[in-house]
Design a protein around this ligand. Structure first.
Ligand code: PXP
Length: 248
């Protein structure tokens, strides 16, 4: 793959959400992950939440066994999750904030306020070879802190941009996009690899995909929803096409 290739990480959490609605075995997130691989996903992302509301421990065991592409393991910075990550040693670990009452990951991590603790938290993960990514808002202070604690990657939270776009607040969407553009370039200038994600859709993906510093997009909820209408393979293929078009 060339240096400029924009990777697509497909997040399969919400296949597990649908499965868990009935507590049974289907739809199987592992089957979705294999299909996503075949459809051109460069990686699979899964978030093992503290309350296990979608992905389960057994799903992570299974993904580690069956995947041919890298697993990006999203987790909160807790001792329990650190133990799980150290046992599996996934390709990448993305540290996300987690609040029990939230519907989804609402904001970026407060790295600046917790610098010391997070530096100690990620060191063992790096030691076993995981690429550590920090999920943060497009905020220079947080990016500088992520850099200082030794993260190799930051993932910029695109949720505020996507929400503003979806709700027709176009001036705000443009401002959020501009902040994402500036902060992608700033993080890159520090030597950080830049990823982005959260809430991206066919309508919002292209401006972010066009930022040359962004190397990976992680997209889940929209794709799994779209798969109901199109099937997972065509839904992913269309996202891939839009990303490539924006990048060209
Ligand atoms: N990136 C991170 C760090 C996330 O926490 C999530 C949601 O789990 C995503 C990307 C994907 O967001 P969405 O499911 O809205 O596409």
């Amino acid at each position: 793959m060339s240096d400029t290739h924009l990777r697509l990480g497909v997040n399969i959490d919400h296949v597990a959400t649908v499965r868990n609605a009935r507590g049974g075995a289907y739809p199987d997130p592992l089957r979705a992950a294999k299909l996503a691989e075949e459809a051109g996903a460069d990686g699979i992302t899964a978030h093992l939440r503290e309350d296990r509301r979608h992905i389960s421990d057994a799903d992570i065991d299974g993904l580690m066994e069956v995947l041919s592409v890298p697993l990006n393991f999203e987790m909160a910075a807790t001792d329990e999750m650190q133990k799980i990550a150290l046992r599996h040693k996934p390709h990448a670990v993305c540290i996300v904030p987690e609040k029990r009452e939230e519907r989804t990951t609402e904001g970026g991590l407060e790295v600046a306020r917790e610098e010391n603790r997070l530096a100690h938290f990620i060191a063992p993960l790096r030691d076993v070879g995981c690429r550590v990514s920090i999920f943060i808002a497009a905020d220079q202070r947080q990016i500088e802190a992520a850099h200082r604690i030794g993260a190799e990657v930051i993932e910029l939270h695109t949720g505020a941009y996507c929400d503003a776009h979806a709700e027709g607040r176009s001036d705000e969407a443009m401002r959020e996009l501009e902040a994402l553009r500036e902060m992608s370039a700033f993080a890159h200038s520090l030597g950080l690899e830049v990823h982005a994600g959260h809430g991206l859709t066919y309508d919002t993906v292209q401006p972010v995909a066009a930022f040359p510093e962004v190397r990976e997009l992680n997209i889940g909820h929209f794709l799994i929803g779209e798969a109901i209408f199109l099937g997972l393979t065509p839904a992913i293929a269309e996202m891939r096409r839009l990303m490539d078009e924006a990048r060209a």
